[in-house]
Design a protein around this ligand. Structure first.
Ligand SMILES: Nc1ncnc2c1ncn2[C@@H]1O[C@H](COP(=O)(O)OP(=O)(O)OP(=O)(O)O)[C@@H](O)[C@H]1O
Length: 792
């Protein structure tokens, strides 16, 4: 009576199908998911009881029980029961029949497209746990009795039932009445091929592997075993051997013993039922770190934070803060979500417990500084006021200090991983696993994921800057990556600057080829190559390292540090060169007056003919790019901006044959009044010079003021060198577009039939059947689909 029949929401139907089809090989996950739900329900109850004590009525204990058995009809049942908060009829319908979680479509897309590796864990991560019961059950009954509360003073026990192949479910009052006392009982009617879960050993193994950390509440498993018990004395037939009269004492002793062995006491088999406590060990964070294995730490992380990948590192520590002692484990996840960079306010994942009881994982937005908000932490404090709002909780001294304790510990943990891999900077081929030791690989992974977050830390977290900056790695012209400490260690005698070149968006390879690096590189100096958006800001914030200031090699002020050792003749030569090149310097000053402030003989160029160097207070190309983007449309800033833009020097390389040639041509120009001058030759030379200046701008990373005009000049010079007429026009006739279309396009006009695009993985030289390669093929196929769209 009172049965309500419902259709599943379409998403649920789709999801159940995916879960059942794609997760077959991961079906063990169902138990972990159901236990995790039971734990959540118990946590909710405990927390609610702080303000509404009557919720505890109905059942004394707070625990989870599991019972597997075959009933009288031979039906295999697995029953998982908790005495948690429970659900009323509406909650059963809403919680189990609809999907309220965001991210579901992401899960669906991922589960439908992937080869299902990792989906076993995805399922929990997306909050779809309950449906995993259909992996092992043909039919599921969820009986639930909500906890008593002022709103629901007389709760009634209801049942939700559904079978794995139906698209409907039913909710009805439990015909047994309120037998649960409180909480939820999930009865799985096991599938024919899932009878393994009747085996208590199997269940014990699963619980201890995946769930023993997931809950602080006791989990009991119902077990039965047969035991031989002695039959009662009176039942036993006592046959005593009559003693012969001539027996002596000694013989009698021997006979007695023999008699006992030959005639064992009678026993009978009885079935003993027992509830075995499966998670009797204290939770992992309460244990002595020496007794916890690596695998236990990893499994605990995966089940607690619902991550299907293993963490990159962790720290297990205890302490005392503001009079509260605590134990904690912090984890470094293997990935940094994209949202880290997109969302300026990220909430931290800190699971706060008090004496093993979970309190909250929402400590507000500034629970950790932004740069460290990705760290995952479990903290168990000895004593905290529980029955309080989040705001009050946040203002406790303990929680205020917790923030800096976690950050400090995180930095220490990262530093330890880095230290163990101290030689990582010397590796030539990073990323080649074969060449890396385990320690190096561990640090390499951390650095790959968190390097930019650490830069952010060094910029924003001024208190910890000194500790974070040494963890940041930069590529250089000499190695794939180096720390600031290693850079300073490897500096040359006399070197008093940390050389760097910053150009946002450029690869280290491209930066290494820059005109500014060429001489430093040729002389054996190390230059940090900064191509990431945060790099220049990092350098500006840190300013000096081990007392050495950072020097932008694209700016004036570059000193090798051994200039004083230069012989007299070197200085003399420099003077001579300036004298010798005077006419060319004058010529350039005139031609480049719109772009630069000064023109000098270069000391930094090796093969390039010229380059443009920013003054110490002018803008480098990189800063100019950043400021251009920032100041767009702001007239008042433009004036300052334009001024700073001109604070540049053109350096020319006297050893370059191009510059030598130009000097000769400038010297050959007839001087005098207009009548004596060769205006054509001057114009031609001016054009070459302007291309050289613009070329120097480009070479130095700046933009040319008018690229169309620049290329028109290059074209003219090319024509001249090819002997083609400079003025011959190009045939510029083109076919005009057809007249305006009369009607709006139909949808079909753009339809693209994907079924035509099937790319054979073997065509790509990939072996079919290997999951990794299939992924590649799939990616290639997607890429090709996109290309075909473009062509259409
Ligand atoms: N044993 C239970 N006691 C009380 N409520 C439950 C229980 N099991 C499930 N629920 C309710 O059903 C909802 C859906 O459960 P489901 O396992 O599908 O997702 P979830 O538990 O919300 O997410 P996740 O699996 O990530 O923890 C839960 O949010 C909870 O409200």
């Amino acid at each position: 009576d009172g049965t309500q029949k419902y259709d599943y929401q379409s998403d649920v139907a789709r999801l159940r199908k995916i879960v059942i089809n794609s997760l077959y090989s991961h079906r063990d996950v169902f138990l972990r998911e159901l236990i995790s739900n039971a734990n959540d329900a118990l946590e909710k109850l405990r927390l609610t009881s702080l303000t509404v004590p009557e919720v505890l009525e109905g059942a004394e204990s707070m625990n989870i029980t599991i019972k597997a058995f075959k009933d009288e009809d031979g039906t295999a049942k697995l029953v998982i029961r908790d005495t948690g908060i429970g659900m009323n009829a509406d909650e059963l319908t809403a919680n189990l029949g609809t999907l309220a979680k965001s991210g579901t479509s992401e899960f669906l897309a991922r589960a439908e497209s992937s080869d299902s590796t990792g989906t076993g864990n995805l399922i929990g991560a997306f909050g779809l746990g309950f449906y995993s019961s259909f992996l092992v059950a043909d039919k599921v009954y969820v009986a639930s009795l909500a906890a008593k509360s002022p709103k629901n003073p007389q709760p009634q026990q209801y049942v939700f039932s559904s079978s794995s192949d139906e698209s409907t479910f039913e909710v009805y009052p439990d015909p047994r009445g309120n037998v649960l006392g409180r909480g939820t009982e999930i009865t799985l009617i096991l599938k024919e091929d899932a009878l393994e879960y009747l085996d208590t050993l199997r269940v014990t193994e699963l619980v201890s592997k995946h769930s023993s950390f997931a809950t602080a509440f006791p989990i009991y498993l119902h077990t039965t075993r047969t035991e031989e018990v002695p039959v009662d004395e009176e039942e036993e037939e006592v046959t005593e051997k009559p003693k012969s009269e001539d027996e002596d004492e000694d013989e009698a002793v021997v006979e007695d013993v023999e008699e006992e062995e030959e005639k064992p006491k009678k026993t009978k088999s009885v079935t003993v039922e027992e509830w075995v406590h499966l998670n009797s060990q204290p939770p992992i964070w309460m244990r002595d770190p020496k007794t916890v294995t690596e695998e236990e730490y990893e499994l605990f992380y995966q089940s607690t934070f619902k991550d299907y990948e293993k963490p990159l590192g962790w720290a297990h520590f205890s302490g005392d803060s503001a009079g509260t002692s605590f134990k904690a484990i912090l984890y470094i996840p293997s990935r940094l979500d994209d949202s880290f960079w997109q969302n300026p306010q990220t909430t931290a994942d800190i699971r706060l417990m008090v004496k093993r009881v979970f309190i909250t994982s929402d400590l507000g937005e500034d629970a950790l500084p932004k740069w460290a908000s990705w760290v995952k932490v479990v903290v168990d404090a000895d004593d905290l006021p529980l029955n309080v709002s989040r705001e009050t909780l946040q203002s406790t001294r303990f929680l205020k200090q917790l923030k800096s304790i976690i950050v400090k510990r995180l930095i220490q943990t990262l530093a330890k991983i880095a230290e163990k891999a101290a030689h990582v900077g010397e590796l030539d081929v990073l990323g080649d696993d074969a060449e890396m030791s385990e320690e190096e690989l561990a640090w390499w992974r951390v650095s790959q994921v968190y390097n930019n977050a650490l830069k952010l830390g060094a910029v924003e977290d001024t208190k910890n800057r000194e500790r974070i900056a040494p963890l940041v790695r930069f590529p250089s012209n000499q190695r794939n990556e180096t720390s600031l400490d290693r850079y300073v260690e490897g500096r040359k005698q006399g070197q008093k600057q940390i050389f760097y070149l910053a150009d946002m968006g450029k690869t280290p390879e491209a930066l290494a080829k820059s005109v500014f690096v060429e001489k430093l590189h040729a002389r054996g100096y190390e230059v940090l190559l900064l191509g990431q958006p945060l790099d220049e800001i990092f350098v500006q914030s840190v300013r000096t390292w081990k007392k050495l200031p950072f020097q932008d090699v694209a700016k004036a002020g570059l000193k090798f540090g051994d200039e004083e050792e230069d012989p007299e003749e070197e200085k003399e030569r420099q003077k001579e060169l300036t004298e010798q090149y005077k006419p060319l310097l004058e010529w350039f000053k005139n031609e480049a007056k719109d772009a630069v402030r000064n023109v000098v003989i270069s000391n930094r160029l090796v093969t390039s003919p010229c380059a443009i160097v920013a003054d110490a207070y002018g803008y480098t190309a990189n800063m100019e790019k950043m400021l251009n983007a920032q100041n767009q449309g702001q007239e008042n800033k433009r004036v300052v901006h334009d001024f700073a833009k001109k604070m540049k020097t053109l350096e020319i390389n006297p050893r370059s044959p191009l510059i030598e040639g130009l000097l000769k041509r400038v010297e050959q120009l007839p001087a005098g009044d207009d009548a004596e001058r060769d205006l054509d030759a001057e114009a031609e030379l001016r054009e070459v010079t302007s291309v050289l200046i613009d070329g120097a701008l480009v070479r130095s990373g700046f933009e040319v003021p008018d690229s169309h005009d620049f290329f028109a000049r290059v074209d003219r010079i090319l024509r001249r060198s090819l002997g083609v007429s400079e003025h011959a026009p190009t045939d510029a006739r083109v076919k005009p577009a057809p007249p305006v279309a009369p009607a709006l396009p139909e949808e079909d006009d753009f339809a693209f039939d994907e079924t035509h695009v099937q790319l054979d993985p073997e065509m790509l030289g990939l072996k079919v059947g290997e999951p990794v390669l299939e992924d590649v093929a799939e990616e290639a196929q997607t890429a090709w689909k996109v290309e075909s769209h473009d062509e259409l």
